[in-house]
Design a binder for this molecule. Sequence first.
Ligand code: C5P
Length: 206
Amino acid sequence: MIIAIDGPAASGKGTLGKRLADHFGLEHLDTGLLYRAVARVLLDQGTPLTDRDAATVAAENLDVSHLDDPRLRGAEMGEAASVVSAYQPVRDALLAFQRQFGVQEPGAVLDGRDIGTVVCPQADVKLFITASAEERARRRHRELLNRGEETDYETILRDIRRRDERDINRSTAPLKAAEDALTLDTTHLDADETFQAALVLVEGRI
Ligand code: C5P
């Protein structure tokens, strides 16, 4: 079984993906971490994010055993990831790993921006998770404060809007719901309510 979850930044895809994977006994991949890891390699090398060839080499040689590096989770890495993720050769280089992850037994949950449209168009269930930009900024703000990071709401909201704009309008694998995706607006739902609502949608499809 493959469950594909797509949606904008800070929509709660990762939390939901993990809970669905635990519930159904499936593996989980947060595909945003792959793009974050590519951006991390460039930053560590001192290479500008605009260097498409260097980003491609980094993606082709990516060591996927370090995706749990906490340095990948910061807000600035999301922004950097959205720059390198717009390069088609970078996306191509990361595709085989994601597809292989999807077809393992007993199945997998993948979350990202193009899982239902590009990576796993054959997924059994496709969810498109949304929430207003203001609510996503509030959640991200709370999360960063809890982690002890200094941050302010207005900056986060601006970053989220900029990232949405970049992810939606890029020519390669833009963020959009697959035609057969089920959309779940979580603006007024907490993590538990989101999980329960998603469970109803998933069980209706399997
Ligand atoms: O989901 P997350 O915020 O970690 O993703 C970081 C960035 O990576 C996104 O803003 C997006 O540009 C890119 N991304 C992507 N395709 C995916 C997952 C993430 O382009 N499947």
